[in-house]
Every structure is written in structure tokens, then in C-alpha cells.
Design a protein around this ligand. Structure first.
Ligand SMILES: [Zn+2]
Ligand SMILES: [Zn+2]
Length: 303
């Protein structure tokens, strides 16, 4: 077995076309693919200030590194934003802080405790009938958007990859929640609403395996390990299912995403009537009368 490009020893086999690549050709492939996504889907424009959502994990560290590399060559600025959810013995931002300091990247940390008055640990202890992952997801999204607005960023970059996105597409489909899928895609939130900062996903067409390999080869100082509350069983089932099919029919993940992107304009067209409302409690944008963040906060007060 040797690299397709140079006959060196390969470090990875790309699943969708069964190509083996050595270290340097894989790194080149990875960065090129992210750059191509950025260019093709117009994710970043000149003079943009991009806030990079960082968790201290491998995916977002790779994204921060890559966008910082691009920022040095092009006329854009980046900064890092991290959310401290208050998960004991899990959320670890020490390495991220050190990395940002060494690379002169401005880092801002927002915490659940300070912004909402409680940690995710508090929520889990008090409310038993809510899925911690959904609560965390809602609150994180709110805080990341708030951070991006406050920091005057005009893009918010997240490290979602092909695996994450194909799972979300299938989950929405199987739950009969098509409208939710209108909020997916390599760039989202382009509505003309100043309260929303558009989100971009440069790793949209890169797999979980590729992102992990990139972080591993680059030896980023990251903590591996799963969140103790990671119990979104439906996502787990879908992930295993898609991986199983991908193993037998390579290219499945790409096919899911490409089919979805083909349908997305029609989906957006048919749901364009559902306008963004304003939450009665907090005046933030919301799909219902009361936003999900306030629903969680109210529930917490009652318990
Ligand atoms: Zn090679
Ligand atoms: Zn609200």
C-alpha cells in the first residue's frame, strides 16, 4: 500500500473513493477541500470578522488553526469564542487559552453561569425530563450568537463536519421535521435580521475521520473524550446506521448531503412564509411566542 500521489506510506484511506494518502498529501487534501468549500459557497468575504466557535476539542481546534492560517494571507480577521457550560471535570479550556495566547488570537469566553445564572450541571440535576444535549444545544446556540453580535463579528464559524450534517439531515427527515432542515447547509442564517450572525461550516464536506486525522497529525493540544451527558440516543442510532451503510456503500454520506443540498432551495421556498418572531420574554428572535431559551429558564424556575 502506498500514497496515490507519491508512493510514501499512507496514513489514511479516504472512504468515499478508497484513495490512500501519505501525511503531507493528506494535509494538503484536507486544507484544499476546506478552502474549496469556503470559496464555492461564499462562506467568507473580504474584511470579514469571523468568530470561531471553540470547544477545546479536536474539530474546533483544527478549524481555528486553519482559519488563522487563512487570515494571515487574506484580508479577514478571526477571533475565538468559547462557551463554558459548567460541566464538571469535562469542559477544559486551559489548552485553548494557551494556544490562543501563543498565536495572538483574541479569545472570549462566555459561561452559562454568568449569562443564565446556572450551569448545565444544575439543569441536569433539577430537570429530569429534558435531554441535556438539547438543553445544552439551545443555550450554546443562543450564547454563541450573542457573543458574535457583541463582538461585532459578521460570521460565526463552527466545526460541523459531513458526519454531523448527514446525521442532522436524516434525523430531521425521520422525525418529520423538514422545516428544521431549512436551517442546515454550509452557510445558514442569511436572513436580513441584525440579531442573527450567519453561521458557516468550512468542514462541511470533510468526514469525522478526516477531521480527527488532521487534528492528530497536527498534534493540537486537545482533550479527547466524550461529554458525560452525551446521551442523544437518536443521533447515536442514526450515526451507527449511516456508518454501517457507508461501510458497504461508500459515498453514502456524500450522497445524503448532495441530495439535501439539491432539495434545500425548494425547502426554503416552501417554508419562507414562516417568519422569525420575537420572544415575549427576552425579545430575542424565536420561532414561537416564547423562545426555547426562555422555556428552559422558566422550567428551571418552576422546579
Ligand atoms: Zn503522498
Ligand atoms: Zn426568550
Amino acid at each position: 500500500m502506498s500514497c496515490k500521489e507519491c508512493k510514501e506510506k499512507p496514513v489514511i484511506r479516504l472512504t468515499n473513493n478508497k484513495i490512500d494518502l501519505c501525511r503531507s498529501h493528506f494535509l494538503r487534501y484536507f486544507e484544499k477541500k476546506a478552502l474549496k468549500t469556503i470559496a464555492k459557497h461564499h462562506l467568507i468575504s473580504k474584511k470579514d470578522l469571523v468568530a470561531v466557535a471553540c470547544s477545546g476539542g479536536k474539530d474546533s481546534m483544527s478549524l481555528l488553526y486553519l482559519l488563522n492560517k487563512i487570515a494571515r494571507k487574506r484580508d479577514i480577521k478571526i477571533m475565538a469564542v468559547a462557551i463554558d457550560e459548567g460541566i464538571k471535570d469535562y469542559r477544559e479550556l486551559k489548552n485553548l487559552k494557551k494556544y490562543c495566547k501563543e498565536n495572538k488570537i483574541n479569545l472570549k469566553i462566555y459561561s452559562f453561569k454568568k449569562e443564565f445564572g446556572f450551569t448545565l450541571d444544575n439543569v441536569v440535576k433539577k430537570i429530569k425530563d429534558l435531554n441535556p444535549c438539547s438543553v445544552c444545544g439551545v443555550l450554546r446556540r443562543r450564547l454563541l450568537n450573542k457573543a458574535a453580535v457583541e463582538l461585532k463579528a459578521n460570521k460565526l464559524a463552527t466545526a460541523h463536519n459531513l458526519d454531523d450534517e448527514s446525521q442532522s439531515v436524516m434525523m430531521n427527515y425521520m422525525r418529520g421535521n423538514l422545516e428544521r432542515s431549512t436551517r442546515l447547509g454550509p452557510i445558514t442564517g442569511l436572513v436580513k435580521d441584525k440579531r442573527f450572525v450567519p453561521r458557516i461550516k468550512p468542514f462541511y464536506f470533510l468526514t469525522e475521520k478526516e477531521t480527527a486525522t488532521y487534528a492528530y497529525l497536527k498534534q493540537f493540544p486537545v482533550k479527547f473524550g466524550e461529554c458525560p451527558y452525551s446521551v442523544d440516543s437518536f443521533r447515536g442510532e442514526i450515526r451507527d446506521l449511516i456508518n454501517e451503510i457507508e461501510k458497504r456503500h461508500s459515498g453514502t454520506k456524500n450522497a445524503i448531503i448532495n441530495s439535501f443540498l439539491g432539495l434545500l432551495p425548494c425547502l426554503k421556498e416552501s417554508y419562507k412564509g414562516s417568519k422569525v418572531k420575537t420572544c415575549r420574554h427576552c425579545s430575542e428572535p424565536s420561532s414561537g411566542e416564547i423562545c426555547n431559551t426562555c422555556l428552559i429558564i422558566n422550567k428551571l424556575k418552576k422546579n
